[in-house]
Design a binder for this molecule. Structure first.
Ligand SMILES: [Cu+2]
Length: 412
């Protein structure tokens, strides 16, 4: 297992280099840093974060491997090692990793909402800086996973503040999404519904996350079902809903066939309801003190030492809802297979999107664009009209870091 995970570290690093090089050297003419679609931006920041954080995980894994094979004592207390080192190496990677998976979903939601609202995203630049801000703050908060490991009170306090700071760029994004919808007129498609579902659940999940950086609350909630509830509420409601939104949005582009909207709405309704039925009761069980990572738990009438009898009913409901959620996803699988084989033919731009993938046929040819005749970015947000094409401070900084001097930053 350890060897397999070390390979994942290697492959993630290599694909990270690939993505970042592509962003720096292969943008279409006219597309500066501040004209890139937000999905591209989210992928850039996510790969950058993974690239910086995953080596720590790799080092931890190599040490585990050495401990188990040649008898080193990195984590062996008897030999002078310290298992806490593993917690540090793991969570230095583990917290940014959460953003690595959620940022692309942010990108999808930005694309879907601006297309569905038939306008450009509100506050594009602030969206980019919020992504970058999440990318930076994400690296100085991992201590919140270790509040109960005996860390110093001062460090706990600092980590509490930095963790709460994440709410600022995240809040900026949520308000910008709301304002995008407010200024436009929304077209309801399945991908729009998933994006709206994302907005609701991600905001609620973000609020339940605010209990953990608060040290006293964290001590109470540590290792309970509240953690499981929060994490999965955000992970499914944020990342998986974003993934679904992206699947419905880009399916016609990828396959050349439209998906069935009625089945899509049925998938959304059943999935959204069953998902909430799984995770809301989990919050309740967690507050009552049900521990995580246990295959069983105690029920007594003594309210101080164990769970009330009703906990069994809540757990039964969670189990039933989880099977319902699983079944609802079979609707998506069925829809993808049937629509992929027999769906209506998709035009180049079924939703009225303006980013470059909609300029080519569905499915796109290979290569997507004729290399000798690359598309020129024609329609861009209004602020780009005042842009003289020179990269701004942020763009210059990235180019300075990524492109060698003798190339002069020139494309081709
Ligand atoms: Cu974290």
């Amino acid at each position: 297992m350890v060897a397999g995970q070390i390979l994942i570290v290697a492959s993630s690093t290599i694909s990270g280099i690939n993505f970042m090089t592509t962003f720096c050297t292969m943008r279409a003419p006219g597309m500066g840093w501040m004209q890139m679609p937000l999905f591209s931006w989210s992928m850039l920041i996510a790969t950058l974060m993974l690239f910086i954080s995953i080596p720590a995980f790799g080092i931890g894994l190599i040490q585990v491997l050495l401990d188990r094979t040649i008898g080193t004592v990195f984590y062996e207390v008897a030999g002078g090692g310290d298992p806490l080192l593993w917690s540090h190496l793991f969570w230095y990677f583990g917290h940014p990793e959460v953003y690595v998976v959620v940022l692309p979903a942010f990108g999808v939601i930005s694309e879907v909402l601006s297309t569905s609202a038939r306008r450009t995203i509100f506050g594009y630049k602030s969206m980019v800086f919020a992504l970058a801000g999440i990318g930076i703050i994400g690296f100085i908060v991992y201590g919140h996973h270790m509040f109960t490991s005996g860390m110093s009170p001062l460090l706990r306090f600092v980590t509490m503040l930095t963790t709460m700071l994440v709410a600022v760029p995240t809040g900026i994004k949520i308000f910008n999404w709301l304002q995008t919808m407010h200024g436009g007129s929304l077209v309801y498609r399945t991908h729009t519904l998933w994006a709206l579902g994302f907005l609701v659940t991600f905001t609620l999940g973000g609020i339940s996350g605010m209990y953990f950086p608060a040290i006293a609350m964290d001590l109470h909630l540590h290792e309970t079902y509240f953690v499981v509830a929060h994490f999965h509420y955000v992970f499914v409601g944020g990342i998986v809903f974003g993934l679904y939104s992206g699947i419905y949005y880009w399916f016609p582009k990828a396959t050349g066939r439209m998906m069935n909207e009625k089945l899509g709405i049925l998938h959304f309704m059943t999935g959204f309801i069953s998902y909430n039925l799984i995770f809301w009761p989990m919050h309740r069980l967690g507050i009552q003190g049900m521990p995580r990572r246990q295959h069983t738990y105690f029920i007594t009438t003594d309210e101080y030492f164990a769970l009330p009898a009703e906990a069994a009913d809540w757990n039964m409901m969670i189990t039933i809802a989880a099977f319902m959620f699983f079944a609802s996803n079979l609707i998506l699988v069925y829809n993808m297979i049937v629509s992929g084989l027999r769906g209506q033919r998709a035009p180049s731009d079924p939703w009225g999107g303006w980013s470059m993938e909609w300029m080519v046929t569905s499915p796109p040819p290979t290569p997507s664009h004729d290399p000798s005749n690359l598309p020129h970015l024609k329609f861009a947000p209004e602020w780009a009209e005042h842009d003289d094409g020179e990269p701004g401070f942020f763009g210059r900084m990235i180019e300075w870091m990524m492109i060698p001097e003798d190339n002069g930053g020139e494309e081709e």
